[in-house]
Design a binder for this molecule. Structure first.
Ligand code: NAD
Ligand code: USQ
Length: 413
């Protein structure tokens, strides 16, 4: 075990579904490092999508076997791995559940890109089939196994939409007052009304209903984490060895906004702001993602509790402000490109995140040192960048234009 690691008070067996992905890999290492027994389940579909898109992580991620071997060498800890498609192979998943009997399951295993989910009817259908079946299979298998396992799911801030009537977005549930026919006023808490902005985000709103039902009918213990956009690359654990390096998506489908801006600045590509950049979104650093999962596992609900919902974000920023910040830091050019998405030109966003703060999260907020660190990672691997994959080409409707900067044409040759 590494010098940085520490034993948790109670060692748990934890399944990490989607443990080969951008959030899942650092989470698996972190949970292993603090003393839990980790088993990854992943069908490596994200690597296959890289093949389909002919795009690759900017960082040279290693195959799963090498990753696990390197972790054993560095930390002395063993991480298990099963290649199972959770959406397609229910029996296979159930069999591992019955044999391994995990105390907790962290569920990252979904197609998570909004642009990929909007590329074509095929991609829309794949995203719906994969995400909803994966989540339903996990819930159904927990019931069939009879295990009292705690399910921690990665949802998204995007289930709420990105605007309110001025109030802060609560953590999952909204207080409402309804008036009966007799004129009586009754107070209730309901799931916050959903307002998805892509087929991908819509699957996450469906996940919420699956959780409500299985929690009500079978008393499954569930924590649903409504996460904002994750930025950064490495964590304390992925930094321990080059072979543990995390993936860095920069292409027009999978690259998320802040990491794209930092990468674009590092390789000398114009910073691609969609429209006027008036969209405000919630953000969280990858180091805080792994800490939040640790806290969610430590603070499991009981079987009497309703679905516990946390907003997993630490700050909100307007896209244009982020572009300006990165541009000032790096002297990078900003290109205001056609917005390929159907979204409001601008929105304000206020979000509550008291639950994680009360459980001990000490947020890592945007600071230039950390931004610089990501730019340095991007700079180190700039030679691996394929500029032709940077423009966002997936449009929400046929009438919309891809987001291609004028000045990038030379770079794309
Ligand atoms: P990712 O695509 O890098 O990782 C997802 C992993 O799940 C991949 O390794 C993939 O191979 C696996 N997977 C997908 N479908 C599967 C299936 N049917 N069976 C087995 N494995 C399967 O995505 P990520 O960025 O790590 O996101 C993880 C989760 O967190 C997603 O559910 C996403 O919605 C959520 N999330 C991500 C972000 C972000 O900014 N990255 C923000 C909010 C929420
Ligand atoms: N944007 C740009 N320029 C770019 C890329 C994006 O201006 O080059 C804009 C988009 O138009 C959008 C905003 O930045 O307004 C965010 O886009 P994004 O791709 O960073 O984030 P999004 O599509 O919402 O999806 C990501 C993850 C998803 C997660 C979600 C959290 O891919 O898995 O659920 O963030 S949230 O945004 O809070 O819903």
């Amino acid at each position: 075990m590494s010098s940085e690691s520490k034993h948790t008070q109670s060692r748990k067996k934890i399944f990490v579904l989607g443990g080969d992905g951008f959030c899942g890999w650092p989470t698996s290492l972190h949970l292993s490092n603090i003393g839990h027994e980790v088993v990854i389940i992943d069908n490596l579909s994200r690597r296959n999508i890289d093949n389909e898109l002919e795009a690759d992580s900017l960082t040279p991620i290693k195959p799963m076997g090498t990753r696990i071997e390197a972790w054993k060498e560095v930390s002395g800890n063993t991480i298990g791995f099963h290649n199972i498609d959770i959406a397609e192979d229910y029996e296979g998943f159930l069999a591992v559940l019955n044999s391994e009997k995990p105390d907790a399951i962290v569920h990252f295993a979904e197609q998570r890109s909004a642009p990929y989910s909007m590329k074509s009817p095929k991609h829309k259908r794949y995203t719906v089939n994969n995400n909803i079946n994966a989540t339903h299979n996990v819930l159904c298998a927990i019931v069939e196994s009879g295990l009292d396992t705690h399910l921690v799911h990665l949802g998204t801030m995007g289930v709420y939409g990105y605007g309110t009537a001025g109030m802060k977005i609560p953590e999952g549930y909204l207080d409402v007052e309804v008036k009966t026919e007799a004129g009586e006023r009754i107070e209730q808490q309901i799931l916050y009304p959903t307002n998805p902005g892509s087929v991908y985000h819509m699957t996450k709103t469906q996940d919420q209903l699956l959780f409500q039902y299985y929690n009500k009918n079978d008393s499954i213990r569930i924590t649903d984490l409504h996460q904002g956009i994750v930025w950064g690359t490495n964590t304390a654990e992925t930094n321990m060895d080059d072979r543990l390096i995390n993936r860095f998506d920069y292409d027009g489908d999978y690259g998320t906004v802040l990491n794209r801006f930092l990468m674009q600045a590092a390789v000398g590509y114009p910073i691609t702001v969609h429209g006027t950049g008036g969209q405000t979104r919630a953000f969280i650093h990858i180091q805080d993602t792994v800490r939040c999962i640790e806290l969610a596992i430590e603070n499991a609900p009981s079987s009497e509790d309703r679905v516990m919902i946390f907003n997993q974000m630490t700050e909100t920023h307007r896209v244009n402000d982020l572009a300006k910040l990165v541009s000032e830091m790096t002297n990078g050019e900003i290109a205001y490109v056609s917005n390929p998405r159907k979204e409001a030109a601008a929105n304000d966003l206020h979000v509550r995140n008291d639950l994680f703060l009360s459980k001990g999260l000490n947020p890592t907020t945007l600071d230039t040192g950390l931004l610089q660190e990501v730019t340095e990672v991007a700079g180190k691997y700039a030679h691996r960048a394929d500029y032709s994959k940077i423009p966002a080409t997936s449009t929400w409707t046929k009438e919309q234009q891809p987001g291609i900067p004028e000045t990038s044409k030379e770079l794309n040759k």
